[in-house]
Ligand binder design. Structure first.
Ligand code: AP5
Ligand code: MG
Length: 191
């Protein structure tokens, strides 16, 4: 079983690369951002709470997100070879909760792959996407806030996995295919 974490700043390509990884390695894609946006579209109570954080570029509270993730990880697609976590864990508290959750099933994180992209390219990518995405957080002010929150609360997650020898970073720039080849090379060493 593969339990991969695809990690990186907003706009680093987590979602784009996850789609390719899922197809090649037959994994279940769990994107907490996508799960929250679905709740928002359905106008659920949870969605309304989530929207108030997302549109400001803030993180949704840990308890709420851990609860959602736990439910989905336990119900992953039958026949899949594991999971790819996209946008989770995003705080050290979430990383700790994930470790406990996986240990319950005698599982562990296989590797965290950190997509490294310069800040100005991140902003350019997200501003471009904002022209068509309809995402309430794809505007300059909120993008800058998301990047700030990333450095403060999310980057420390790297050390959590470095200490467990699970951390790998790659150059997240170039063509989508080039980046996918770098990721595949890492995954292929795990099999
Ligand atoms: P989330 O949905 O996870 O968003 P994010 O981390 O801000 O990242 P994005 O989805 O914007 O970017 P991405 O890395 O997936 O890049 P993509 O492939 O789309 O989270 C949104 C919000 O939800 C958070 O701010 C928070 O409020 C909440 N949330 C979610 N998870 C949470 C958690 N665990 N805890 C608490 N709160 C949580 O690519 C970006 C763009 O670049 C696309 O247009 C793409 O086409 C383009 N692109 C991709 N690759 C390339 C390339 N190689 N060259 C040029 N362009 C490229
Ligand atoms: Mg994404």
């Amino acid at each position: 079983m593969l339990n991969l974490i695809i990690f990186g700043a907003p706009g680093s390509g987590k979602g784009t690369q996850s789609d390719l990884i899922v197809e090649k390695y037959k994994l279940t894609h769990l994107s907490t951002g996508d799960l929250l946006r679905k709740e928002i579209a359905e106008k659920s109570d949870l969605g309304q709470i989530a929207d108030s954080f997302i549109s400001k570029g803030e993180l949704v509270p840990d308890e709420m997100i851990i609860d959602i993730l736990s439910k989905h990880i336990e119900n992953q697609d039958k026949g899949s070879n594991g999971v790819i976590l996209d946008g989770f864990p995003r705080t050290v508290a979430q990383a700790e909760a994930l470790e406990i959750l996986l240990n319950k099933f005698n599982k562990d994180v296989s590797v965290l792959i950190d997509l490294r992209v310069e800040e100005n390219e991140l902003v350019d990518r997200l501003m471009l996407r904002g022209q068509t995405s309809g995402r309430s957080d794809d505007n300059l002010e909120t993008i800058q806030k998301r990047l700030k929150v990333y450095h403060k609360k999310t980057e420390p997650v790297n050390d959590f996995y470095r200490n467990r020898n699970k951390y790998t970073d790659i150059d997240g720039t170039g063509t989508i295919t080039e980046i996918f080849e770098r990721i595949s090379a890492i995954i292929d060493t795990l099999k």
